[in-house]
Each structure stands twice: as C-alpha cells, then as structure tokens.
Design a protein around this ligand. Structure first.
Ligand code: AHG
Ligand code: MN
Ligand code: MN
Ligand code: MN
Length: 313
C-alpha cells in the first residue's frame, strides 16, 4: 500500500485512506474526527476535572470534559458538510445536520469514554461509528467505518473502513502516521478484562470466569473501554466482557457508540463480539441509547462464553 519515496511508516492517515480508494467525503469525515482529537487532548490536559452540573440521559453525572469533548466533536461534524445526522452519549436525541442523505454520513460517538478516569490519570478515549446516509438505527453490520482514539501515554488512532484494522500514532507534529496495518487477533487468548461486579454475575458468566481462572488466564482491567479493548487488539489475544448482571440484565455499555464500533474493529481483526447469545453487529437497535451485554475478543473465547451461558441460563 506504500507510495514510492515514502516509507510505509511515514504514511499519514489521509494518504492511507486514499490508497484504499475510500470515498472522499468519508476520508474528509475521518480526518476531521482525527483533527478534533487534538482539541480533546488539549482539553484533557488543561480542562476542568470537575462536574458540569448536568447529567446525561443515562443519569450519569456529566463531567465538564464530557461536555467539552462532545462540543468539540459536534462542532467539527456540524461544519464538515458531509454529516446527515449525529448522536452521542451526551446528547438526548439525534441531531439532524442535513436533510439530504446523498453522499453524506451519520455518526454515533462517545466523545470521552472513561471520563471518570481522567482525574486519576488513567487512559481514556473517543469512539466513533459511521454509517452511510441518514439512518443511525441500523444493525452495526452496516457500518462503513469505525474508529477510536486512545489518549494514553501515547495518542493512537485505530480505524477500519472494512479492509482490515490499522493503528496510527500521533507524532511530534501532531500528525497521525501509520504504526501497523491489518492487525490480527489469535483464536484464543491468555488475558481477560471482566467488567461489572463478580458478585452480580449470572451463573453462565460465573462458570466462564472460573474456567478462565483455572486456565491461568491473566486479569487485565483498567475500567476504560478503549484501553481495555486496545489491549486485546494489540496483544492479539484476550477477551473483554461487560456482561448482563443480576441487577443489570442489559449490561452497561451502549450499542450505538460503544459496542457497534468496537465489534466492527475486533471482527475486522478476526475476533468476535457477542451479547452472550447473538453477534453484536446483527443486533437491530430499537432506540438510540440502547445498552447490551458484551463479550468481545478472541473468537474461541467468545464462543466459550456463549456456550457456558447457553448451558447454564
Ligand atoms: P463512559 O465514560 O463513556 O460513560 O464509559 C464508561 C464505561 C466504559 O469506559 C467502561 O468499560 C465501563 O464504563 C466501566 O464500567 P465500571 O466502572 O462499572 O467497571
Ligand atoms: Mn459517560
Ligand atoms: Mn463510554
Ligand atoms: Mn463517554
């Protein structure tokens, strides 16, 4: 994929997208989101760590950074001229930008995932799901692109437009240049990232975790969905799950802007993502803020979780 004269690893995001013959409007959209991430980095480093004094539809207390990151992305998407509709964790409703859908895209995003971890200086991220046209209530299988930006010790960007999943790093000029292409996940792994509280796990999940521990699988959980998934993807092994709990039958994570984009990326790397019974990307959303349980990562480990749940619940 590299261009003459440039070593593969000086390729920037726009060039990498062009080399995959991606639609110009989609290239523009992905690059605008990448640009917005620079302002989010700045807000994380300098912003107010306090509460915004408001709460979102989930009843979560919005942090000033949640609202600021949401505003940065909302403005960028609004001015991009290629967005039809958008929605985010911090918006109650879908925000219409353009009535005509031709050549436009609709975006669901989590502006700052793991925002409650910023004050303890753990890694956080931005997650984005992109559909062609106006409809955001489609199964995740119809996404044309998904990406996340991880604000960790390094700032990295991972994306896919359906031709594999690729990682970029932000260099000292604040450009995203290619780090690795076509990342692959092994069939089974040696780490697990268990969300929720163990004493609220249902029998199937409990038996699955006991099996993993007997197999000597290591526990790695930061509480940030983006770094926890990024670890499974880049180590190429492991499983993350935020399951249905006794008091949270739908689990905690949101389908449109957390599970669909991550499921798309992990499947592009040869992994799997399930709600415990069904492929995440096959779920037909009924409403924009819908939650779902999730088991995501190595294909064989996801299948094993489904088998324990089928046998015991
Ligand atoms: P957000 O900060 O966007 O609201 O998401 C937080 C999510 C996700 O980052 C993580 O996987 C999960 O919350 C962790 O939940 P617990 O704190 O219950 O483990
Ligand atoms: Mn939140
Ligand atoms: Mn989130
Ligand atoms: Mn969030």
């Amino acid at each position: 994929m590299s261009e003459p004269g440039k070593t593969k690893f000086q390729i920037d995001l726009r060039r990498h997208l062009r080399e995959q013959e991606v639609d110009d409007n989609l290239i523009h959209l992905i690059c605008e989101i990448a640009e917005a991430s620079k302002y989010i980095i700045h807000s994380i480093r300098t912003g107010d760590l306090g509460v915004a004094g408001t709460s979102n539809l989930y009843g979560e207390q919005q942090l000033a950074l949640d609202v600021l990151a949401d505003r940065i992305l909302r403005k960028r998407l609004d001015h991009s001229r290629v967005v039809a509709n958008m929605m985010s964790e911090e918006m109650d409703e879908i925000i219409p930008i353009s009535p005509d859908c031709d050549g436009k895209y609709s975006v669901a995003f989590d502006p700052l995932d793991g925002s409650s971890l910023v004050d303890v200086n753990l890694a956080v991220g931005t997650i984005v799901s992109i559909f062609e046209g106006c409809d955001l209530l489609q199964p995740g299988n119809n996404q044309v692109a998904a990406m996340y930006i991880l604000y960790g010790p390094r700032t990295t960007l991972v994306y896919s437009v359906g031709n594999g999943v690729h990682e970029f790093g932000m260099n000292n000029l604040m450009e995203y240049t290619l780090l690795q292409e076509n990342i692959r996940i092994e069939p089974s792994g040696n780490l697990y990232s268990p969300g929720g509280q163990r004493n609220k796990y249902t029998p199937g999940t409990e038996a699955f975790v006991t099996h993993l521990e007997e197999r000597g699988v290591k526990l790695r959980y930061s509480g940030g969905f983006v770094p926890d998934i990024n670890q499974v993807l880049l180590k190429g092994k492991g499983i993350f799950f935020y399951p249905h709990l006794n008091d949270l039958p739908k689990g905690k994570l949101r389908l449109l802007f957390e599970l669909n984009p991550m499921a798309y990326l992990i499947e592009q790397a040869g992994g799997a993502a399930s709600n415990g019974h069904k492929r995440i990307l096959d779920l037909q959303p009924e409403e924009i803020h819908q939650r779902a349980p999730v088991f995501i990562g190595c294909k064989e480990d996801v299948k094993l979780a489904e088998e324990f749940i089928a046998k015991m619940e």
